[in-house]
Design a protein around this ligand. Structure first.
Ligand code: PGA
Length: 248
């Protein structure tokens, strides 16, 4: 049985001061042992948010990481840095990073090695754009992203990862994928994992859906067989997030 996980992706929102206000608003409402809850916040918010979350079950995540431990990489943050301040998860290969910051399947692959080597859980994002959906090259796109991301990743390491299916056309648009559309792709992700590894391994890996998840549509999305939770952007910045975490 895979435990549901709800991941908040604050993106580039909330100053350190504002981050504490948001944590204050949500903390008690989303502190649960029933599901895993992770706040992926901007780098400068990590330390204050870590303190504010002390004594709760809520986990802390980053939205990116560099693939080396240290060195001449101006402006970057390393896995040991994140680990030391209490991060447990890192979002990798978000489509916004792929679109604006040259993230590729190759760097995603490097970052998967880097995170698992430092005992951080990578949340690996994949998804098709609107053009690909219109041309019905959805599953091919997803399979290719997964295969490249997992190049040379061992059985042991793949079981420490999780995936998020985030169709680009659904991110921040208010137009979520339907539960059936999301299930179809999440199932395809599990399928490719089963082909590359085995069914047992594929069945233990958590696969999330992301893209305009709200308190209103979460129940039908999370009811789907291969959807193990959500990666939530816009709705994670307000009280609606508590509804998503409490979603039955
Ligand atoms: P959204 O973002 O919930 O605002 O659509 C999701 C994401 O990009 O992770």
């Amino acid at each position: 049985m895979r435990k549901r996980i709800i991941v908040a992706n604050w993106k580039m929102n909330k100053t350190p001061k504002e981050s504490l206000e948001l944590v204050e608003l949500l903390k008690e409402k989303v502190d649960t042992e029933e599901y895993d809850v992770v706040f992926c916040v901007p780098f400068v918010d990590l330390i204050p948010v870590a303190s504010a979350l002390e004594g709760t079950h809520i986990m802390l995540g980053a939205q990116n990481v560099h693939y080396e431990d240290f060195g001449p990489y101006t402006g970057e943050i390393s896995a040991p840095m994140l680990k030391e301040i209490g991060c447990t998860h890192v979002i990798i290969g978000h489509s916004e990073r792929r679109a604006h910051f040259n993230e590729t399947d190759h760097t995603v692959n490097q970052k998967i090695f880097q995170t698992v080597n430092h005992d951080l859980t990578p949340i690996v994002c994949v998804g098709e754009d609107l053009e690909q959906r219109k041309n019905n090259i959805i599953i091919e796109q997803i399979r290719m992203q997964i295969k490249r991301a997992l190049k040379n990743v061992s059985f042991e390491d793949v079981s420490k990862t999780m995936f998020a299916y985030e169709p680009l056309w659904a991110i921040g648009t208010g137009m979520s994928a339907s539960p059936e559309q999301a299930q179809e792709v999440c199932h395809a992700i599990r399928q490719v994992l089963a082909e590359m590894y085995d069914h047992e391994t594929a069945n233990t890996i958590r696969i999330l859906y992301g893209g305009s998840v709200t308190g209103k549509n979460c129940a039908e999305l999370f009811a789907m067989k291969d959807i193990d939770g959500g990666l939530v952007g816009g709705s994670s910045l307000k009280e609606d997030f508590a509804k998503i975490v409490g979603c039955k």
